[in-house]
Design a protein around this ligand. Structure first.
Ligand code: ADP
Length: 547
């Protein structure tokens, strides 16, 4: 017997319709590429998303067509999220930090019909335009006054495109399982792969990130996603804030510590989210000025492991860090670390150790770790193996690609991470399987070694990589950047490991450099570091004791 309840499709446009009716004057504030701060309410945003929908229709964009965006976090980009998906087309956010030939590859692979671009990326697109075979035209996201003179073919001005069009009208009915958005993984190994989100997966994910035991988003919050809207849809925040009626603050291209702190202060930001590298800059600025943003309460840290030193630094400012783990393939939220009654009662040192774990899944996601033979390993906090996930917002296969081994028959996705899960269900990433250091048959976590380096008072950022070694297979080395004005010798940093890890896990060498390379999503670029520093060293000069 079927239930007798209404079945309304979980569509992205329905989120905006809801915000118009119940949070219409809640603000969306944007620091623009052109300079000034722009502000309006969700009702204005929706009116302009409708104008955009009408304009897209006139350009011949319809259901199933893919439209690219090359843009910062700003109100026009949010209008595109809703306007494109609202008509049943697909919003393809392109990461401008990818290599130009990767951008060409993904635009052609997706067969983007139009590309909407911020002023910043016009010169980049001018170089690539000739190779973008399916693109019919480019729309510069600015007004007439700021339109650049450009060699881009078939170029339109965003504000001209919207001007005079109707601000009302019903959204077309769209199947909740229809494609809504497309995002490519950054492809540090191999070609970028497309993850095609549906309306349903996007709406469910936005609900899950809003939960009190997730980002804890409410109608009393002001949320600033530092994580870019071109990186896994800014972790879903631009869908979640209208859903809960939170104010949304968008920093545009102004991502340095000083600009972020000023904007957070001016707009009363309570919650922010981003990768550890951006928080390093923010903390460095706060350290210099001794002025943290006055209302900031929560910092969501994900995309890479959050070092304990970073948690301590935020805690001293009265700011809570929320450690989260995810992937492009998971929309991105997989697990998040929030306390339980049991963990809150633990002594401080145990609670601190637990905070370093990536956390537990919200309802909607299931996780397991499997051994080499594919057998599920116990939730004991020590057995480690490949981390597999499934759930309502986990990708079931890559866009326009043959099924891959990452998706098994039983419907689990292999994350490529090595992890443990403890008896409380808290998952901890040991490493990415390709970054783990295999020494003498044992595995050394590069994350553990990096966390120790960064706890040294002179160290700003550190990367641990494997160096091929004739005797041990691989040995760890650490490449570190010092804080401005700080001094420490490589030997001092190496000695800092003593007693903190088993002797054989201590790095063979510490190299001090001026800066570390990062990926397009702000993570340490380990492939490049291995190329630069990972040359074989022959027999290890100081053979480790064991294992
Ligand atoms: P890519 O970097 O390949 O584009 P993602 O941005 O989707 O892809 O990154 C996903 C990966 O980032 C995860 O598989 C994991 O290795 C790493 N990651 C994400 N969050 C964390 C975290 N909190 N701790 C450790 N690693 C993390």
């Amino acid at each position: 017997m079927l239930g007798q309840m209404m079945t309304l499709p979980l569509t992205i446009a329905s989120v905006l319709d809801f915000a118009v009716r119940f949070h219409g004057d809640t603000e969306v504030v944007s620091k623009t590429v052109e300079g000034p701060v722009h502000r309006y309410g969700y009702a204005d945003l929706a009116a302009r998303a409708k104008q955009l929908a009408h304009a897209l229709g006139e350009l011949g964009v319809g259901e199933g067509d893919i439209v690219g965006t090359l843009a910062w976090n700003g109100y026009r980009h949010v209008e595109l999220y809703y306007g494109i998906s609202g008509i049943g087309a697909v919003c393809h956010t392109i990461n401008p930090r990818l290599f130009p030939d990767q951008i060409t590859y993904i635009v052609n692979h997706a067969e983007d019909r139009y590309i909407f671009t911020d002023l910043t990326f016009v010169p980049l697109l001018e170089k690539l335009a000739g190779q973008l075979t399916a693109v019919r035209g480019f729309v510069v996201m600015t007004d007439r006054q700021h339109m650049p003179s450009t060699t881009l073919p078939n170029v339109l001005c965003y504000e001209d495109l919207l001007a005079g069009r109707p601000t009302t009208g019903e959204w077309p009915s769209v199947d909740e399982n229809a494609a809504a958005a497309l995002c490519y993984t950054s492809g540090t190994t191999g070609r970028p792969r497309g993850v095609l989100y549906s309306h349903r997966s996007t709406v469910l994910h936005a609900m899950a990130i809003s939960f009190p035991d997730a980002f804890c988003l409410t109608a009393r919050d002001t949320v600033l996603p530092v994580v870019p809207m071109f990186h896994v849809n800014a972790w879903g925040i631009a869908y979640a804030t209208p859903m809960v009626g939170a104010k949304l603050v968008l920093p545009g291209p102004h991502l340095d510590g000083a600009s972020l702190v000023a904007l957070m202060d001016e707009e009363g930001v309570t919650t922010t989210a981003g990768v550890p590298t951006v928080w390093l800059n923010l903390l460095a600025h706060i350290h210099e000025t001794a002025r943290p943003p006055s209302r900031l309460r929560r910092v969501v840290v994900g995309g890479a492991a959050c070092p304990p030193a970073m948690m301590d630094a935020f805690q001293q400012l009265g700011i809570e860090t929320i450690h989260a783990w995810g992937m492009t393939e998971l929309s991105p939220l997989g697990v998040i670390n929030r306390p339980t009654v049991r963990t809150e009662a633990l002594p401080t040192d145990r609670r601190k150790a637990l905070a370093l774990k990536q956390g537990r899944p919200p309802f909607g996601i299931d996780i397991k770790v499997v051994g080499a033979g594919g057998e599920e390993l116990p939730f004991d906090g020590t057995s480690f193996g490949n981390l597999k996930v499934r759930g309502h917002w986990v990708c079931g296969g890559y866009f326009r690609q043959e099924p891959m081994a990452t998706h098994d028959q039983a419907g689990w996705f292999d994350t490529g991470d090595v992890a443990t899960i403890d008896s409380g269900g808290f998952m901890q990433v040991v490493d990415r399987s390709k970054d783990v250091i295999k020494s003498g048959g044992e595995w050394i976590s590069s994350i553990d070694l990096e966390n120790i380096a960064i706890a040294h008072p002179a160290v700003r950022e550190a990367a641990a990589i494997a160096r091929p070694d004739a005797k041990w297979g691989e040995r760890p080395i650490v490449i570190a950047v010092l804080k401005p004005g700080a001094t420490a010798s490589p030997e001092e940093i190496r000695a800092f490991y003593s007693g903190k890890v088993a002797k054989w896990c201590e790095p063979d060498e510490v190299v001090i450099v001026d800066s570390l390379p990062h990926t397009a999503t702000g993570k340490l670029l380990k492939t490049e570091l291995r190329r630069l520093y990972g040359q074989a060293a022959g027999l290890s000069s100081s053979p480790p004791n064991g294992p």
